[in-house]
Ligand binder design. Structure first.
Ligand SMILES: *[C@@H]1O[C@H](CO)[C@@H](O)[C@H](O)[C@H]1NC(C)=O
Ligand SMILES: *[C@@H]1O[C@H](CO)[C@@H](O)[C@H](O)[C@H]1NC(C)=O
Ligand SMILES: *[C@@H]1O[C@H](CO)[C@@H](O)[C@H](O)[C@H]1NC(C)=O
Length: 718
């Protein structure tokens, strides 16, 4: 007993030294019975032979090796424990001139009162394979072989074997191999494990399926597939520094337990398969349970299959994308009575660094799984996003078929006042929101796509906040895609809003309908303004009815050309004319033929518009507004113009309707009597659709310019 403790302490010390050197997770050997401690060995630890030694009275030895044993396919391609090149197993050579015996001897252990069962895996393939015998030596007496295999097995693979141990008996395992005399084949063993109770008593399928990844044979009967792209690894404790992976294994809940995980940090989506062995379900059917942890925005998917006769079949369970909370979730799969099945866990990694897929505590119980009501995905969970937290985009992703992207940002977006000064959620620089750029050479589309959700039975209301301010703003449209059909925009904003602030918008969703939110922005082509969104949420019931908001005609018409963020307001230079209107401040000319200041302020700080006359020919410049609807009692458009100098041509103002410019509603030809700002006005009929168009015609010369300022609409007749 004292000796055992000393050995255990040595094991612990060596393991601690190992991990201190590695500097990573602290590994503490899991609790195991003394019999298991003396018998179990996966040949992978810091003490590769565990309690086994090569006999000193035989002809040859057992060696440890990793990965593929032979170049051809007659030896193992990987150890049994891990299924990959990282694990280690034992083998004896056959390339001797005569048949050599190699003995591997364990230490004496005592079986408990209800007996025990030793299991191990062996690999014996190749023409010149000799034999392997296993004895349970008692009091120095080797006794008869308790198990043996002569010659090679049918297939080049690991096979499982088991030996029952008498209740209360003392036994020492001795593996005796007899080599062949050629080069074809080696004898290999791996994963010796002891379990309480006779081999026959504990039904096989449970032993084959169950795994908490905490024992001396960490992968139990599971192996990494050799035909996939990536592997499953064991780990303990916290998987990531941030909170997106497990903080502890599921079995123990602390850093001493071990679980399996696959990485997501690959440049492309990789598949990792973990394969069990074929088991036969109990006569009353079975229920496989396991726990999985899938949190982080780079999570791909996990599917679990019950392969039969080499046919993977459909996924019996799957989870795509990450779970609601960073925690272990339980899953279960019912198995048909007495059916053959092999569990296969297939993970598809994401391509970022946020999140890993982890599993733990696979177990089989008799009888079908208790029926649970199917869990409806919570639509709010799928829709809601404030763009804060460990998963900044929530369930939203940038489309791969558009031109530009949505980005997360915090605080002030622009130095001037045309973007948000803070996110909407917190109102301060610590919060995050999404935006798309406008500074492209052409109009780019950015799509943000949600996932399909099912609206509550009473209908739903999606709310979100948007910020669209600046003259280069294009448009934002929101669709509720169903079955791959984007459908019409359910909400849209064209051009910038009246004020540089967050605005709320809402979209009603049909009761119980499937929908996927898609935000489609079309950028402008300048540097003034970005489109931003924040705080998407879904609430049950339709959106409260609001009276449709009529665009305020004054907002569309008024402009003093003084707002630096939006200097031209809703006006634009026509693309089909010959020359342009420009903004300017202060005096226009050195002599006194142009304005000496803008009209709004009367000093050099204000801005106004002008067109040049210094062209070699007479050119037209059109300034176009947007269509507005006159108030019910009619409207009066007022503006100020400055036209002084001998090269002045003419200025005409039209009220275009339905694409028809119509006759000039006001005009001035040639220069005015005095070099000053003059006021002009145009009456608009009640309810009339109108778009203001200012058309100037320059004359050849350099004396004089045409300038305008302070366009405004008031209700009532002029
Ligand atoms: C970890 O949890 C297991 C099971 O609950 C317990 O036996 C063990 O003492 C714990 N270890 C530590 C270091 O907390
Ligand atoms: C930002 O606002 C949030 C929510 O109101 C608050 O919890 C947080 O302390 C604020 N942070 C700063 C830096 O002001
Ligand atoms: C220019 O005029 C505006 C409006 O009257 C006034 O607020 C501002 O102080 C003036 N600036 C200067 C430099 O005179």
């Amino acid at each position: 007993m004292g000796k055992t403790c000393a050995v255990a302490a040595l094991v612990a010390t060596l393991l601690c030294v190992t991990c201190a050197a590695g500097g990573a997770n602290e590994v503490i050997p899991p609790e195991m019975s003394e019999t298991s401690f003396l018998v179990d060995c996966d040949f992978d630890s810091a003490i590769p032979f565990c309690h086994y030694t090569n006999s000193k009275t035989d002809d040859a030895d057992w060696y440890t090796t990793s990965g593929r044993l032979n170049d051809d396919e007659i030896g193992p391609v990987a150890d049994h424990t891990t299924g990959n090149y990282a694990g280690t197993y034992l083998y004896t050579k056959t390339s001797y001139s005569k048949s050599y015996e190699s003995r591997l001897e364990g230490v004496t252990a005592v079986a408990p009162a209800d007996g025990g069962c030793v299991r191990f895996w062996y690999h014996m393939y190749g023409y010149e394979i000799g034999s392997l015998k296993v004895h349970t030596e008692t009091s120095g007496d080797l006794g008869p072989a308790r198990w043996s295999q002569s010659g090679y097995t049918k297939v080049s693979q690991w096979y499982e074997a088991s030996i029952s141990i008498e209740p209360g008996s003392k036994f020492k395992l001795v593996f005796v191999s007899q080599s062949g005399t050629g080069f074809q084949g080696n004898i290999a063993i791996d994963d010796i494990i002891y379990v309480d109770g006779p081999c026959g008593e504990r039904p096989d399928p449970f032993f084959l399926v169950d795994c908490d990844f905490d024992s001396a044979i960490p992968f139990c009967h599971y192996t990494n597939s050799e035909t996939d792209e990536a592997d499953w690894y064991t780990t303990s404790g916290k998987l990531n520094v941030d909170e997106i992976g497990p903080v502890a294994d599921h079995t123990t809940g602390n850093y001493s337990g071990t679980y399996l995980y696959t990485k997501t940090s690959y440049s492309e989506s990789f598949e990792s398969r973990l394969e069990g062995v074929t088991a036969v379900a109990p006569a009353e059917g079975g229920c496989v349970r396991f726990w999985c942890h899938m949190y982080g925005s780079s999570i791909g998917s996990l599917k679990v299959h019950t392969e039969k006769s080499g046919d993977l079949g459909p996924a019996r369970w799957s989870q795509s994308g990450y779970t609601k909370v960073s925690q272990w979730y339980e899953a279960s799969i019912s198995i048909e009575p007495a059916s053959e099945f092999k569990l296969v866990f297939v993970s598809e990694s994401g391509t970022g660094f946020r999140g890993n897929i982890a599993i733990d505590d696979i177990s089989l119980a008799g009888g079908p799984c208790p029926v649970k009501p199917p869990e409806m995905p919570d639509p709010s969970f799928l829709v809601d996003c404030d763009f804060e937290g460990a998963i900044p985009y929530c369930h939203y992703t940038n489309s791969k078929t558009d031109d530009a992207e949505w980005y997360t940002t915090s605080g002030k977006l622009n130095d001037d006042e045309i973007g948000p000064v803070a996110d909407h959620t917190t109102g301060n620089y610590s919060g995050t929101y999404l935006y798309t750029k406008t500074s492209y050479s052409e109009s780019f589309e950015s799509r943000l796509e949600g996932v399909t959700a099912v609206a509550p039975a009473e209908g739903g209301c999606v709310r979100f906040w948007y910020h669209m301010y600046g003259s280069s703003i294009g448009s934002l449209k929101v669709h509720t895609e169903a079955s791959g059909d984007l459908g019409p925009a359910r909400w849209s904003q064209l051009g910038y809003t009246k004020v540089s602030q967050w605005y709320e918008a809402s979209i009603s969703i049909e009761p119980a309908s499937e929908f996927k939110l898609v935000f489609v922005s079309e950028s402008g082509t300048g540097f003034r303004g970005n489109i931003a969104i924040d705080d998407i949420s879904l609430a049950g019931g339709p959106c409260p009815v609001k009276p449709p908001e009529m665009p305020d005609p004054s907002f569309l018409v008024d402009c003093d050309f003084d707002i630096s963020a939006i200097p031209l307001c809703h006006y634009t230079n026509s693309k089909t004319d010959e020359a342009d209107w420009y903004t300017i401040s202060g005096g226009l000319n050195d002599d006194e033929i142009g304005p000496i200041a803008d009209h709004t302020t009367g000093n050099y700080t204000g801005t106004y518009l002008y067109t040049k006359t210094s062209y070699s020919e007479s050119l037209e410049s059109r300034l176009e507004g947007v269509t507005a609807v006159a108030p019910d009692d009619g409207g009066c458009v007022r503006f100020w113009y400055h036209m002084y100098g001998s090269s002045i041509g003419s200025l005409k103002v039209h009220t275009e309707a339905s694409g028809d410019l119509g006759p000039a509603r006001w005009s001035q030809s040639g220069y005015t009597k005095v070099s000053q700002w003059y006021e002009a006005s145009i009456s608009i009929d009640p309810g009339e659709d109108f778009k203001l168009v200012f058309v100037s015609q320059s004359r050849v010369g350099s004396v004089g310019n045409i300038a305008i300022d302070d366009i405004g609409l008031v209700s009532g007749k002029c």
